[in-house]
Design a protein around this ligand. Structure first.
Ligand code: NAP
Ligand code: SF4
Length: 669
């Protein structure tokens, strides 16, 4: 496929962007690291080298009150300019362009000095903000202007003013968070003064040859959010105030509606930007869940926007654009929207990386180097750990043979990919398939690795994965007791009433599969289920009347521990899974003891009372055990052995750990 629209230059009058791809703003955590700016410079330079049209940095606060966390980055003085110069020089050396995002967190600031238009605590922060006096508002505007001027001194090509996602500017726009009765609150005209002043004064300060992107909240997804008329009117006035482009913001962070997670349909919010197309003269940028060049091209040809913003896809593959331009899009390592190594890391105060590309944000330390001695390497098991190990070793020049007992590569991913909302795993498998061919890995499917094979290799990497933990309980041999591979892999038929033993990630996946099968959800159905109103009949784009479901199955998840289902899942997605279970009428019982399984169902003991939970089928999702039987024997025979992934440690295994361990061993041998 050719990407005519995507690679078309965008003329901004005073400068030309080489294509229609914007790398959207992402906080990486490097901002606050030791030598963080050297690392950030390498991180952004790699993306510039990969051909992206324009980069926007992670959010930088205009003053200390606007920092998201107490030690987050701000742009307030000359010493900051010197640090940022490292970034701009590195990006420009790769012929890239970069804007600095100015983000004031307002009441989302996670420290005691947070400020907001009104002193109303955000549901996602434990700090009640201070109400900004009028003089303080004027001072904050001048801090935005100062940050823009300093960004210009640092060599940035422009700034993005963050006006969405529920941060300070957004907080001024809606009466839910702005309950002032002075010139900054009350009427719509008063509420929009804050962003308009910022944009016009920034433009005045930086002159006309400097990019000013305004990120406009086009769908708040909160009660008492903006109406569409207000959004459109604000956009027109932001244009008049001097913005070069308008980027799209979807949903406040406090909204309980997924906007970027895996279950959001691809390009699921491009329709929002499309509503504004044709109303303004300046270019519009659309965003959220766009992760392939084919999709980005379609979004542009469908007239949804003038430019496409992708953020996480550039963690997954820094050379996304270059590969598209060179007609190698099948080589793109696609972002699967899992959030597991990017956003979840940030929430855990760690530096971001990427589940499918652990090199992300390690550009100065993790370098693929050609092997000094070319070895014959056997990788046993073609699940995520084995695939990562095989490809990394082969990229370094080793001769790699990949053994797999199954008829296809993928291991556990083959079960995840069939769950509705998890189709992105097909992309990961496609990527590995292409890499296997490209790096001439000898793939041996339906093949068991034996001790005889071992003699031919210098290094043996065992990535033989896991097997489901058997349930030790009276009645577990009965025919209506199934394992999760019976459901997800063999697709055995199940009755209406189902009990799932276990309430971890796989139990939730299995429940979702039983309810929804493998069909990806349409944007219309997704919007209906999550109360999103494409017609904006209510403020904030929320439709309370939508979202009622009549589940096809009656499912109950069981857990012995006391606690929520999916407690070990990442912070950014666990709540969505729980919400989905609730919406689908899935019941959950915790704090149980299992007594026995009978032909009618399962007897459990709770609060000293035994009760029968009736079930047509019982599906066991009780975790996994390592499968590595030959490993010790071969090690004792003196082979150079490496054990990775689930074969090494089954507990808390996920694709993130598997791929990272595989990559590490592939780099080491
Ligand atoms: P898990 O998260 O460890 O959950 C295992 C479940 O089985 C628990 O609910 C546990 O609860 C129960 N269990 C454990 N031993 C049992 C036994 N002997 N008898 C009966 N029940 C038992 O494991 P998983 O669901 O198999 O998932 C494997 C890994 O993949 C996890 O790390 C998970 O986070 C990851 N994963 C992630 C996602 C995602 O979307 N991010 C999706 C799927 C899987 P009790 O012991 O309290 O009864
Ligand atoms: Fe995408 Fe997951 Fe990587 Fe984040 S960790 S960039 S969501 S693939």
């Amino acid at each position: 496929m050719s990407f005519e629209k995507l690679i078309e230059p965008l003329d901004l009058g005073f400068t030309i962007l080489k294509n229609r791809v914007l790398m959207g703003s992402m906080h990486t955590g490097l901002e606050e690291e030791k030598d963080g700016f050297d690392k950030l410079a390498a991180f952004y330079a790699e993306r510039a080298k990969g051909g992206v049209g324009l980069i926007v940095t992670g959010g930088i606060a205009p003053d200390k009150f606007g920092r998201l966390t107490p030690f987050a980055s701000s742009m307030t003085k000359q010493s900051h300019v010197l640090q940022h110069k490292k970034i701009t020089e590195a990006v420009h050396a790769e012929d890239g362009k970069i804007c600095m995002q100015i983000l004031h967190a307002g009441r989302y600031s996670y420290h005691p000095f947070s400020v907001a238009p009104s002193s109303l605590k955000a549901p996602i922060s434990r700090f009640k903000p201070w109400k900004m006096p009028s003089w303080f508002i004027n001072r904050t505007i001048s801090h935005f202007v100062r940050a823009a001027r300093l960004a210009q001194d640092a060599g940035y090509d422009g700034v993005e003013i963050m006006g969405s996602e529920g941060y300070l500017i957004n907080q001024f726009l809606v009466t839910k968070t702005n309950q002032r009765n002075d010139q900054w609150g009350g009427s719509f005209e008063n509420r929009i003064k804050f962003p308009l002043e910022i944009v016009s004064r920034v433009r005045e300060a930086v002159g006309k040859n400097f990019i000013v992107i305004y990120r406009l909240s086009m769908l708040d997804l909160i009660h008492e959010g903006q109406s569409w008329e207000e959004i459109e009117s604000l956009a027109l006035q932001i244009e008049k105030a001097g913005a070069t482009m308008i980027n799209t913001g979807i949903g406040w962070h406090e909204a309980r509606i997924p906007t970027i997670a895996q279950m959001v349909p691809r390009a699921g919010f491009a329709w929002v930007t499309k509503r504004l197309m044709g109303k303004l003269k300046i270019p519009l940028i659309t965003t959220n869940r766009i992760n392939t060049p084919e999709l980005a091209e379609k979004v542009l040809t469908d007239g949804c926007a003038d430019m496409v913003s992708m953020a996480r896809p550039f963690l997954a593959d820094p050379h996304f654009v270059l590969k598209a331009i060179q007609n190698r899009s099948e080589e793109i390592n696609t972002c699967i929207a899992c959030n597991q190594a990017c956003l979840d890391n940030i929430f855990n105060q760690k530096v971001a990386s990427c589940l499918v590309n652990p090199f992300a944000c390690k550009e100065t330390t993790w370098k693929l180097q050609w092997a000094t001695v070319i070895k014959k390497v056997a990788v046993v098991g073609a699940g995520p750990a084995g695939l990562a190990a095989a490809v990394t070793a082969a990229q370094r020049g080793h001769e790699v043979s990949l053994f797999e007992m199954d008829e296809a590569i993928g291991g556990q991913l083959n079960m995840a990919k069939v769950v509705s909302g998890k189709e992105e795993f097909y992309e990961t498998l496609r990527y590995y398939q292409v890499m296997i061919a490209k790096y001439k890995i000898s793939l041996l499917l339906n093949t068991e690795f034996t001790s005889v094979d071992a003699e031919r290799f210098d290094e043996i990497i065992f990535a033989t994965g896991v097997i489901p933990r058997p349930l030790i309980l009276e009645g577990s041999h009965l025919p209506h007791v199934l394992s999760y591979p019976d459901v997800l892999r063999k697709k055995l038929p199940t009755g209406k009433k189902i009990v799932v033993i276990g309430a971890g990630g796989i139990a939730i996946d299995t429940a979702m599969f039983l309810l929804k099968g493998s069909n990806p959800e349409s944007i219309k159905d997704f919007n209906h289920r999550w109360h999103i109103d494409q017609h904006y009949a209510n403020r904030g784009g929320i439709d309370e009347s939508a979202g009622k479901e009549s589940p096809l199955k009656d499912i109950t998840l069981l857990q012995r521990r006391v606690g929520k289902p999916g407690a070990a899942l990442g912070k950014t997605t666990a709540w969505i899974h729980r919400e989905e279970l609730k919406k689908s009428g899935v019941k959950f019982l915790d704090g149980l003891q299992y007594v026995r399984i009978t032909s009618e169902g399962i007897e459990v003991k709770r609060n000293e009372e035994v009760q029968l939970i009736e079930a047509d089928h019982i599906v066991v999702c009780a975790g996994q055990e390592s499968r590595n039987s030959l490993f010790e024997q071969l090690k004792n025979e003196g082979h150079s052995m490496h054990l990775i992934g689930g074969a090494k440690e089954a507990g808390e295994l996920d694709a993130k750990r598997a791929i990272e361990e595989g990559t590490r061993v592939g780099m080491k041998i």
